[in-house]
Design a protein around this ligand. Structure first.
Ligand code: BG6
Length: 505
């Protein structure tokens, strides 16, 4: 869908002084403006607790653009034009007056613009404030227009199945599902969207995309950073809630889903929710065998000493929160029966990388002598989401020479080499989609609940049983040894992320 450039848009950002607006939302809106994706008429209305004038707010946001924008430092003219659309309102989101003021502002815009705008209410605040904002918007009739009024709800969507359900119940009692945009920024990443294109726009893949040809799948989302200043949040979250419940399960759905009939939002989301519903539930006895957790110790990263998790700000010195998780899932359907999906994620690991590795079965009969196959590896498809953006198919080839010696080589599609242009940030794609009213890359309520449902047994078990070996991995490693054992017990090993960008010799 192409945005109707004549219909004005108003962005109302709750939590405007927060980190998310500073680093992600505002730089994304600015880049959309630079690249002429914004409608002709728009305004941005920031709401936050701290006191700032419009000018102070704009200066702060400019600093964010200069630091984080993919297009580098802001262009002075473009920034001034764009910043002129931003106003800031210091108010308490619990307070009625905040919403009566907002209502008056909307009315004034309508009479100035002589048109009803699309209004996007972006909740860039913590989970506990979603309810109060939603209720107030409803009571003040600020989101009554089902076609034009939309709410963007940031993650985490709930803290467990029960809280996600009650938030869904509340939102769905006040608004239509078509107005609710539950964000998972991974779905906006260029390489993640390309998984759909790669799978469903190429006829050669479908015949081999199943248990007959695929031996196992690995999804690794590793980060070198620690928890930074987010100790308060992370203590309540941990790796399972922070990364697995959303980003990783969404990646898994894209790899495992059936072919949609078309690219309509609900059709794609139906196929994804089918995957979540086919995932094998964890029985208590499976958890020990198929799910492992870790917590980082201090260490050295790039010559800098970094603290252990328990020494971080706002973290309990005896914390039981996991900063690493590795899990083996099964999807009990015809396509995937018996194929393990191994996922892992963690903070303070050796390298930052998000990679999906699909390992194919071995050839049924080896025709080459041992001497020819020194370097033999099963075929592997490696979808690298970040920082490298590429798809590699590892195949065997004959090494040039008089002897028959086989070697593993990569057939590579690399974004930089092929397109050589800056790809948009996930938030740009997602914010544009909200303006266009396209929910394909957003989570539907039932998806979020199905994802919580899968993880609840592990969450409950880990919370009720304190880990006796925490902290169990040093910063700058690949996580605890038990994560190696999880996959080694099946005769596999984790795909080496350090080598993902190199063609093996
Ligand atoms: C967020 C998590 O959702 O995703 C963070 O809360 C994590 O803990 C981040 O660091 C990772 O996102 P990206 O885009 O940097 O891979």
């Amino acid at each position: 869908m192409i945005i109707d450039r004549d219909q004005p848009v108003l962005f109302v950002i709750f939590g405007a002084t927060g980190d998310l607006n500073w680093r992600k939302i505002n730089p994304a809106l600015y880049n959309l403006y630079l690249d002429q994706w914004m409608p002709k008429t728009f305004a941005i209305y920031g709401i936050g607790r701290s006191r700032h004038t419009d000018e102070e707010m704009r200066d702060k946001l400019l600093e964010g653009v200069n630091t984080f924008s993919r297009s580098g430092k802001a262009d002075a003219n473009a920034w001034n034009e764009y910043a002129g659309k931003i106003t800031y309102h210091s108010s308490d989101i619990n307070n009625d007056k905040t919403y009566t003021d907002l209502g008056k502002y909307i009315e004034s815009l309508k009479s100035k613009w002589q048109q009803d705008p699309v209004i996007i209410y972006y909740m860039a605040v913590s989970f506990e404030f979603f309810t109060v904002i939603a209720k107030q918007l409803n009571q003040h009739h600020l989101a009554d227009d089902v076609k034009n009024h939309r709410l963007v709800v940031e993650k985490p969507f709930g803290n467990d199945l029960e809280s996600a359900k009650s938030l869904n119940d509340l939102l769905c009692s006040l608004f239509e599902e078509s107005q609710i945009y539950r964000i998972d920024h991974y779905l906006g990443k260029e390489t993640v969207q390309n998984i759909l294109a790669f799978r469903f726009a190429n006829s050669i893949l479908e015949p081999i995309w199943n248990r007959n040809y695929i031996q196992h799948v690995q999804i690794s989302v590793t980060e070198q950073l620690g928890i930074g200043g987010r100790g308060g949040y992370y203590e309540q979250a941990g790796a399972l809630r922070d990364m697995v419940q959303n980003h990783i399960l969404q990646l898994l759905c894209l790899v495992a889903m059936e072919t949609p009939i078309n690219f309509q939002a609900d059709e794609v989301r139906n196929r994804k929710v089918d995957v979540l519903r086919s995932m094998r539930p964890f029985r208590p006895e499976d958890i020990k065998k198929n799910a492992v957790r870790g917590q980082y110790l201090e260490g050295w990263i790039e010559g800098q000493k970094v603290p252990g998790y328990r020494e971080e700000d706002q973290v309990d010195p005896h914390s039981n929160t996991e900063t690493f998780a590795a899990i083996k899932f099964f999807i009990d359907n015809w396509r995937w029966d018996g194929v393990p999906f191994y996922v892992r994620t963690g903070k303070r690991l050796h390298q930052t990388a998000s990679v999906i590795s699909i390992q194919f079965r071995d050839v049924p009969h080896m025709v080459f002598p041992d001497a020819a196959i020194d370097n033999w590896r099963q075929n592997r498809l490696i979808i690298s989401i970040q920082p490298e953006m590429s798809i590699r198919l590892q195949v065997q080839a004959k090494r040039p020479g008089l002897e028959m010696v086989l070697n593993t080589v990569d057939l590579v599609f690399n974004y930089d080499g092929t397109y050589g242009q800056e790809t948009p940030e996930a938030y740009e794609t997602l914010l544009l989609d909200t303006m266009e009213g396209d929910q394909t890359l957003y989570m539907r309520g039932d998806q979020v609940e199905a994802a919580w449902q899968i993880l609840m047994p592990i969450l409950q078990s880990w919370e009720s049983k304190k880990s006796i070996d925490f902290p169990n991995y040093s910063a700058n490693t690949w996580g605890p040894e038990i994560a190696e054992a999880l996959i080694a017990q099946d005769g596999f090993h984790w795909f080496s992320l350090s080598s993902s960008s190199q063609t093996p010799k």
